[in-house]
Design a protein around this ligand. Structure first.
Ligand SMILES: [Zn+2]
Length: 466
C-alpha cells in the first residue's frame, strides 16, 4: 500500500437537486460509486439520463447502493450497458426491492419510448434507456450484506450499512479507508427517515466520521407530527361520504404504500373502514408489500409484534390487491367509496393518472398527497394550485379537494436531520446533497448557527479531497 493515498469525492448527481443521486469516491487508483440514480422530473430533466456519465462506466470498480429507490438505483442498468463490470453492494432487503423496482423501470422505459415514437420523436427519447436484459445482468452484480457487517469494497476500502430508517433496507453507508497511520471515515447518509416512524427502526448515526455527506430534502421543513397526520387522515375518512366520493392517494410503491396499509389496518374500526373499499392498485406496491412482510426481522418492535400475530398482512376487510389493468379499470366505474392507493407517488406515470383523470374535476372527491413532489412533476403542479392540468393529452380542471399530510413522509425533517448529525461525535465537516438549493441553505444555516458544524453545499461536479 502506498503511503500517500489520494482520497477524493466528487458530486455528480443530487448536487443542489433531489434526484439522480450519484457520487464518486476515488481511493488511490480505485473508483467507487455511491448510488447511481435516475434523474426524475419533467421531460427536459429526464432527458439528462441519456447524457454520457461524467466518468467511464468500465472504469468504475464497484458501486455501493444506499437504498432501492429509483432516484438512487435507476441508472445502474445503464451503467452495466455502458461497460460497468464490478460488484454492486447493497443491504439484503435493498437488493430485493431494487430487483422489483429496476424491472419496473425497464417496463416504464419501454412504454415511454413507445409513447415518444407515437409523438413523432426520433431522438434519444425514442429509445428506452435500458431494457430488461440490462436489468437482469445488473441484478447478477449485486452482493448483499446485513446491517452492521463490514465488507471490502476494493482493496483498502471497507464499508458497512447502518439502518437509515427511510424504507426497508435503506442504509447509511459508513466507509473506512486505510491510510498510513490509521483510517479515514466517510459517511454517506443516503436518505434518512423520521425518528419514531412505524414499521421501520430509527435512523442510526455512525460512531465517528471525518466527512459526512448528508441529504437535505426537507432541510427547510418541519413535518406535522405523525400523530397529527394520522388523526387528519382519520378525520378525512370519517368526514367523507363514501356514497359519492373517492379518496385517491398517490403513493410510492415502496414505503408509503406499506405504511398507509399499516395505519388503515391499525385504525380500521375507529375510522369505519367497513364503509369503504380499499384498493392497493399497483402490482409493484403489492410485490413490495410481500418483500416488507418477508423481512420482519428488520421491523421495529411494534410492527414485529404485529407480524407475529398474523401470518399474512393484517386482516383489513375490503382490501383489494388489484394486479391486472382490467381489475384497475373496474375501480373507475365506481361512483365513490374507494380509498385508492396507486403509483407513481409523484403522478409521473402509472395507474394514478387514470384515477386522477376520473376524480380531479369532481369537487366531491379528495386527493391526498403523502410524499415529496419534485419540481416539474404533475403532483407538484397540483399542490401548487394549478387550475388545469394535462393528463394523457387531455386538459382537466382541478376541482377535487386537495390535502397534504406531511407527517407520513419517508424523509426526516430538519429536526430529524440535525438529530442524526448531532449524534456523530466531533462535529465532522458536512457536505449537503439531495435537496433543492433553498432547503440546503436553510439546513446549512441551522447546522452552522445551532450546531457549530462546518457545512458546505457542493456544486455539481465539484470535488473534495481528504
Ligand atoms: Zn429514497
Amino acid at each position: 500500500m502506498r503511503n500517500e493515498k489520494a482520497i477524493s469525492l466528487t458530486f455528480f448527481g443530487a448536487a443542489r437537486e433531489v434526484t439522480g443521486s450519484c457520487h464518486v469516491l476515488e481511493v488511490g487508483d480505485y473508483r467507487v460509486l455511491l448510488d447511481c440514480g435516475l434523474v426524475q422530473g419533467d421531460d427536459r430533466q429526464e432527458a439528462r439520463n441519456y447524457e454520457p456519465f461524467p466518468f467511464e462506466a468500465h472504469g468504475v470498480d464497484a458501486v455501493v447502493l444506499s437504498h432501492a429507490h429509483i432516484d438512487h438505483s435507476g441508472r445502474l442498468p445503464l451503467l452495466e450497458r455502458r461497460g460497468f463490470r464490478g460488484r454492486i453492494h447493497a443491504q439484503q432487503a435493498s437488493a430485493a426491492l431494487a430487483s422489483i423496482l429496476l424491472r419496473d423501470a425497464a417496463n416504464i422505459a419501454a412504454s415511454r419510448a413507445r409513447h415518444a415514437i407515437a409523438d413523432g420523436e426520433t431522438g434519444d427519447m425514442a429509445h428506452p434507456l435500458f431494457d430488461t436484459r440490462d436489468v437482469e445482468r445488473t441484478l447478477r452484480r449485486f452482493v448483499t450484506h446485513h446491517y452492521a457487517h463490514w465488507f471490502e469494497v476494493v482493496p483498502g476500502l471497507r464499508a458497512r450499512f447502518l439502518d437509515a430508517g427511510h424504507i426497508l433496507g435503506s442504509s447509511v453507508v459508513e466507509l473506512a479507508v486505510e491510510v498510513a497511520g490509521g483510517t479515514r471515515r466517510i459517511v454517506f447518509s443516503g436518505d434518512l427517515g423520521q425518528y419514531d416512524s412505524p414499521i421501520l427502526r430509527d435512523p442510526e448515526s455512525p460512531e465517528c466520521a471525518d466527512l459526512v455527506l448528508m441529504e437535505s430534502t426537507y432541510g427547510d421543513r418541519r413535518h406535522k407530527s405523525r400523530e397529527r397526520s394520522i388523526r387528519e387522515l382519520g378525520e378525512l375518512i370519517l368526514d367523507t361520504d363514501p356514497a359519492e366520493s373517492h379518496i385517491v392517494v398517490p403513493a410510492f410503491a415502496v414505503g408509503r404504500s406499506q405504511e398507509l396499509l399499516y395505519q388503515l389496518g391499525r385504525h380500521a374500526e375507529a375510522w369505519g373502514l367497513d364503509r369503504w373499499h380499499i384498493f392497493l392498485d399497483s402490482p409493484l406496491a403489492i410485490e413490495a408489500s410481500d418483500i416488507y412482510w418477508d423481512h420482519h426481522h428488520l421491523f421495529d418492535d411494534e410492527a414485529y409484534a404485529l407480524r407475529r400475530e398474523f401470518d399474512h398482512m393484517p386482516a383489513l376487510r375490503n382490501l383489494h390487491f388489484t394486479r391486472t389493468a382490467a381489475e384497475s379499470r373496474v375501480i373507475n366505474r365506481m361512483k365513490g367509496g374507494g380509498i385508492i392507493i396507486a403509483g407513481s407517488g409523484t403522478c409521473g406515470g402509472g395507474r394514478i393518472l387514470h384515477h386522477l383523470r376520473h376524480v380531479l374535476d369532481g369537487p366531491q372527491h379528495h386527493v391526498l398527497f403523502t410524499g415529496y413532489q419534485p419540481r416539474g412533476s404533475l403532483g407538484r403542479a397540483i399542490i401548487d394550485g394549478a387550475r388545469r392540468v394535462r393528463i394523457h393529452g387531455q386538459s382537466i380542471e382541478v376541482r377535487a379537494q386537495l390535502h397534504t399530510i406531511g407527517g407520513l413522509s419517508a424523509h426526516g425533517d430538519y429536526e430529524d436531520l440535525i438529530r442524526w448529525y448531532r449524534a456523530i461525535p466531533g462535529k465532522p465537516p458536512v457536505c449537503l446533497v439531495h435537496g433543492d438549493l433553498d432547503a440546503m441553505q436553510a439546513l446549512q444555516f441551522r447546522l452552522t448557527r445551532e450546531v457549530g458544524a462546518s457545512a458546505t453545499i457542493p456544486e455539481p461536479g465539484e470535488s473534495v479531497s481528504l
